[in-house]
Design a binder for this molecule. Structure first.
Ligand code: CA
Length: 677
């Protein structure tokens, strides 16, 4: 079993070497035709339907020789109270059985005979409710799980995806620490609690999110995953959740009672409702690219050999680095991904999806996902990791890679360009970046600033990670300097700036995030960075205890100045459409870099957003970054400038003072933002 995200490092390393072709374009003809005679079935009645006629089961398993469904009274103990033999429907590749009663409150599993033997029981791949540890599917009335007011619940309307400000969080990180003041620690319900305070009286939880002003939270995997034993929650086992078990039911350990199949569903909806009521959208991290188990996965137990990719010799291929990869290029798997995301959008009102290792999926699947979701809600934002963690039988040109984002519509990818250039490379803790005094990264930072779009003043051949403008529009790019993977920003700064005073690290953190929030594209931040949270130097904390992962909310008082600055960045971006342009042409026209010879004057970038860009009330915004550990001076054109940000302070209203231009000096590791009307 591999739950490690370490493998991401390999993937990104391949790309950062600028040689995506290193992932071989091996084609696999046998692989492509293996399933040609398997009929696909896309009916809404897959697996379970309860209606006036009773309870009906329909399992897709074209090559099974026999299939049965077992009915249980309990979610994990006791033997079957009834076993139904299922009838084959060869045209659809499905097997059916029914009873006249509504089996609400009962549990069920499917079992197939693959022609040689009966395989282990499985809840199927479409279980929308499950018992404890997801071993058996549950028959419940989904309508009964809706919180009051659910019918009219909806997330924030999003006009352009560059308007979104993403806050990536794990349920336990946000609430487990005693300083959170939250009662439902580590639970979905944590974000339904208002009025929670740190010991120093600072807002925490959902009130903190509102105060910060982010538009969307991005929750780490929240479907039912494998690694946390839901029968022993007192052990407080921590996991990020990149080990999928049941894709269409929430994780039990985040509910107050994992043995009650309705509780996790109701409580997750209550969380979403509370966030929506606070004006905040909910993006879910989805991991359709692999399953926790190989042969013992629900995919293999329902339709052996189909859902996962294999090499010609029959081995599981492993582009996820976790033991296997799924086959989005096959119709039934593609429909599974599409229908599953649609289900979360419909039933849970989810506002966006972040695809883990998205390049394991093919671009066609991703295009269908985005198009189908748009029909449900045009505000749904879809983005993902445009890389794999290993080789795949899927041809390179079909993969939903960062470099192939131009082949996709309404899909964005993470820009590792800005990430690695601003704070230093993630594979070397001590490596510094543009914002911490390392010279030579200016052009790669500029690639991030223009959201990897074609710009007359940006030389992609000098970029570290990407050699061509891969984004056709800023709506295709998510900019960030840290996320759950690798050292968090605080730890990265502590390792790479060792020996410098903490004040410098705080300054560099502000500068790094200023670059993210003023860049074109969609900004993304990792929960707790706004209070200078750390993870004690642990870079791969996927199963580290809460003592490493939980955010200490006492930091909010200790680093109040940091929080206020982040809050100012969010407010500035929200108030000024110039930072949120929607086309590459607009960026090329309105974003003008000032000429600076970075050989002579490294770690200095200066640009203007001109001509009331994107309808901004400000005629011109001047943005200057000094990533050097010493002051640097720039020459500002004459004019009536308001000071918006300077020396680690920010005022979205531009009332830090005024200047008529001329020589201005930036303190070490700081940003200067000026505006004129
Ligand atoms: Ca689970």
């Amino acid at each position: 079993m591999f739950h490690s995200k370490l493998s991401l490092i390999m993937a990104s390393a391949l790309l950062t070497c600028g040689m995506p072709a290193a992932v071989s374009a091996q084609t696999n003809s046998k692989y492509d035709v293996r399933f040609i005679d398997w009929p696909a079935y896309n009916g809404e009645d897959l697996e379970l339907t309860v209606d006036a006629s009773g309870t009906r089961f329909r399992l897709w398993s074209p090559k099974a020789s026999e299939v049965r469904v077992n009915i249980y009274e309990n979610g994990h103990t006791g033997s079957a109270v009834k076993t139904l033999q299922m009838k084959s429907d060869p045209a659809t590749g499905t097997w059916t059985a029914s009873v006249p009663e509504k089996l609400y409150g009962k549990f069920y599993t499917f079992q197939i005979n693959d022609g040689e033997k009966w395989l282990d029981e499985t809840p199927g791949v479409w279980a929308k409710a499950v018992g404890v540890n997801g071993a058996r599917a549950a028959v419940i009335d989904l309508d009964s799980t809706d919180p009051a007011g659910w019918d009219t619940d909806k997330g924030p309307a999003v006009r352009n995806f560059t308007d979104v400000i993403v806050y990536e969080m794990h349920h336990r990180d946000m609430s487990m620490h005693p300083s959170s003041g939250i009662a439902n620690k580590g639970k979905f319900l944590a974000l339904t609690e208002h009025g929670t305070l740190s010991p120093q009286g600072m807002k925490t939880g959902i009130d903190h999110l509102k105060e910060l002003g982010v538009t969307h939270v991005h929750i780490l995997p929240s479907y039912d995953y494998n690694s946390v034993d839901e029968l022993n929650l007192q052990d407080n086992t921590y996991n990020w959740g990149y080990d999928p078990l049941n894709y269409n039911a929430p994780e039990g350990s985040y509910s107050t009672n994992p043995s009650d199949p309705a509780a996790r569903i109701r409580e997750m909806k209550e969380m979403i409702k509370a966030l929506h009521d606070a004006g905040i959208g909910v993006i879910m991290d989805v991991v359709y690219n692999h399953t926790a188990d190989n042969d013992a996965s629900n995919f293999e137990l329902t339709a052996p050999g189909y859902y996962h990719r294999h090499w010609d010799d029959g081995r599981y291929s492993d582009a996820s680095g976790c033991g296997n990869e799924t086959a989005s290029d096959l119709r039934q798997m593609r429909d599974f991904i599409i229908n599953s995301t649609k289900y979360w959008a419909d039933e849970y009102h989810i506002d966006g999806f972040r695809f883990d290792l998205m390049a394991i999926h093919d671009t066609e699947t991703m295009n269908e996902v985005a198009a189908e979701l748009k029909k449900i809600n045009p505000s749904i934002f879809v983005y993902g990791e445009g890389w794999t963690a290993g080789d795949s039988p899927l041809q390179t040109e079909r993969r939903a890679l960062k470099e192939n984002v131009g082949k996709m519509t309404d899909i964005a990818v993470f820009s590792d360009d800005l990430r690695d250039a601003v704070k230093g490379h993630y594979t070397n803790a001590a490596d510094r970046g543009f914002a911490t005094g390392k010279p030579g990264l200016e052009e790669t930072v500029k690639i991030g600033i223009v959201a990897a779009t074609d710009h007359p003043q940006v030389d992609f051949s000098n970029g570290n990670n990407s050699k061509f403008p891969y984004a056709k529009s800023p709506e295709m790019i998510v900019n960030y300097v840290s996320c759950h993977d690798d050292l968090c920003l605080t730890d990265k700064l502590r390792k790479s700036m060792e020996g410098e005073p903490e004040q410098n690290m705080l300054a560099a953190a502000k500068l790094a995030q200023t670059i993210v929030f003023t860049s074109q594209g969609t900004p993304f931040m990792f929960a707790g960075e706004e209070v200078f949270r750390d993870k004690q130097g642990v870079h791969n904390s996927y199963k580290s205890p809460d003592s490493i992962n939980a955010i200490d909310w006492s930091n909010k008082a200790k680093y109040r100045d940091q929080f206020d600055y982040y809050k100012g960045l969010v407010a500035l971006r929200k108030a000024h459409p110039a930072f949120r342009m929607t086309s590459a042409a607009d960026i090329a026209r309105h974003l003008k870099f000032d000429r600076i010879d970075s050989k002579k004057t490294p770690n200095l970038i200066s640009y203007s957003l001109t001509g009331n860009a994107n309808g901004d009330e400000w005629k011109e915004i001047k943005v200057v970054f000094n990533g050097a550990g010493s002051p640097q001076t720039v020459n500002i054109p004459k004019g009536d400038w308001m000071i918006v940000a300077q020396d680690g302070r920010i005022s979205p209203a531009g009332d830090l003072g005024a200047t008529n231009g001329g020589k201005m000096t930036l303190s070490p590791y700081s940003a200067l933002i000026l505006a004129r009307k």
